[in-house]
Design a protein around this ligand. Structure first.
Ligand code: PA5
Length: 408
């Protein structure tokens, strides 16, 4: 399904097996397992307990509109764009940028759409605002033939859904937003988008079996977590995901949120970055190789690209080389890996057999477990986001000042 290669993290000589063994990863492992076992955190339970029947009625709409922020939408986008990069019936409204939202709403026929309004708290500003825009448009229609589904646990949005008799799906309270892709948050819209959600969960479950392994060398989530933790302690606290599969761009955004929001606490954390190979060989690679030595790179690649074609270099003087397009990008990835290793930049590699529901389920779940383990290593709560809440309060105050608040 996927393989994990860590040899270049050790090859450059900065950390060794001995260093890995000095980290108290057994303690991190048992603390996370205890939380998962006693239900303090529920992201493992959902991959076993989700009843998929309830999503069946969500199919058959021409368009799928998804409104949400951060953990309420990024996982769906990560899986959708990886699997269905070439289809065009999905509209993701994941910002309050007027140009983006309004241009989407101009394009999409709401009457032919299933519309998901997703917010665990039910009070997220951007989601509320985007819902109000949709509501206004629906009210202007003679009749509304589409469907609105709220995925929320409370707040203003739940009240709104109840008032209007809209369908409501809920999210287990013990699953934080950025860990919620395997709940209704991700599964409902992905099902409407024609993606086989049972295979996504199957991939996650297979990865879970691997991540239960107490032997660190057989547990990629634990090992990758410890390797990143050790490099952070050596000043390499920028964690770059360099994907040689362009359709994983949104996976990169999901990864950035998961790492940033979960571990960035009390002076700890890694700075997550995304690069796309081979494109970024022509921009950021210079910095990664020859700039400040503060990064660890994770290559993501695949054995099989879903589209491929033979090419021939026919203008070489003495020889003719023919190969597949996929061979070119694989050589580029390997060359970058060798060059970085030669220059002392630590790197690891995740290779997916191919991009499909199973491998994406496995990949996202592996990172959820890794972040769970890392939270225990840093001794921070990976499942809250107090700093984000601070900005939200300030923003509401500013909005009250800038609008006609109270003057109705
Ligand atoms: O991971 C998280 O908890 C956050 O990123 C939330 O998902 C994000 O802030 C959106 O919150 P809500 O689902 O309450 O609208």
């Amino acid at each position: 399904m996927l393989s994990y290669d860590y040899k270049n993290a050790l090859n450059i000589g900065e950390i060794s097996f001995e260093d890995i063994n000095k980290v108290d990863f057994a303690n991190a492992y048992s603390k996370l397992m205890e939380k998962l076992d006693n239900g303090a955190v529920g992201f493992r339970d959902v991959i076993y307990n989700e009843n998929l029947d309830k999503y069946k009625f969500l199919n058959g709409y021409k368009n799928v509109v998804v409104v949400g922020m951060g953990g309420s939408i990024l996982g769906t986008m990560a899986i959708y764009y990886a699997i269905s990069a070439f289809k065009n019936n999905a509209y993701f409204i994941d910002n309050s940028d007027p140009e983006k939202t309004l241009s989407i709403l101009k394009k999409v026929d709401l009457n032919e759409s299933i519309i998901y309004i997703i917010s665990k708290s039910g009070n997220t500003l951007e989601t509320l605002v985007n819902y109000y825009l949709i509501k206004k448009r629906i009210e202007k229609l003679n009749s509304f033939e589409g469907k609105i589904v709220f995925i929320t646990n409370g707040g203003k949005l739940k009240r709104e859904a109840e008032k209007n008799n809209y369908e409501i799906l809920s999210i287990p309270e013990n699953v934080p937003g950025r860990f919620s892709v395997f709940t209704a948050v991700g599964l409902a819209p992905l099902c409407s988008l024609g993606i086989d959600i049972s295979k996504i969960l199957k991939g996650a479950r297979e990865m879970d079996k691997i991540c239960q392994n107490e032997d660190i060398l057989k547990n990629p989530a634990l090992l990758n977590g410890v390797i990143h933790y050790l490099y952070d302690k050596k000043g390499k606290d920028i964690s770059v995901v360099m994907s040689y599969i362009e359709s994983l761009k949104c996976f990169g955004e999901w990864y950035i949120q998961l790492i940033g929001e979960s571990l960035g606490k009390e002076g700890n954390g890694l700075t997550p970055l995304l690069s796309i190979g081979a494109k970024d060989q022509h921009s950021l690679l210079q910095l990664y190789m020859d700039g400040k030595k503060d990064k660890i790179i994770t290559f993501i690649t695949t054995k099989n690209y879903r589209l491929d074609e033979e090419i021939v270099f026919d203008d070489l003087n003495d020889e003719e080389i023919s190969c597949m397009l996929s061979d070119i990008i694989k050589c580029e990835q390997e060359a970058t890996e060798i060059a970085l290793t030669n220059n002392g930049v630590p790197n690891v590699k995740i290779t997916l057999d191919e991009i499909n529901e199973m491998t994406m389920g496995a990949l996202l779940y592996m990172y959820e477990m890794q972040v769970g383990f890392m939270g225990e290593l840093y001794n921070v709560n990976s499942y809250n986001q107090p700093a984000v809440e601070e900005e939200k309060k300030i923003c509401w105050e500013l909005i009250k000042k800038c609008g006609n608040y109270g003057n109705k």
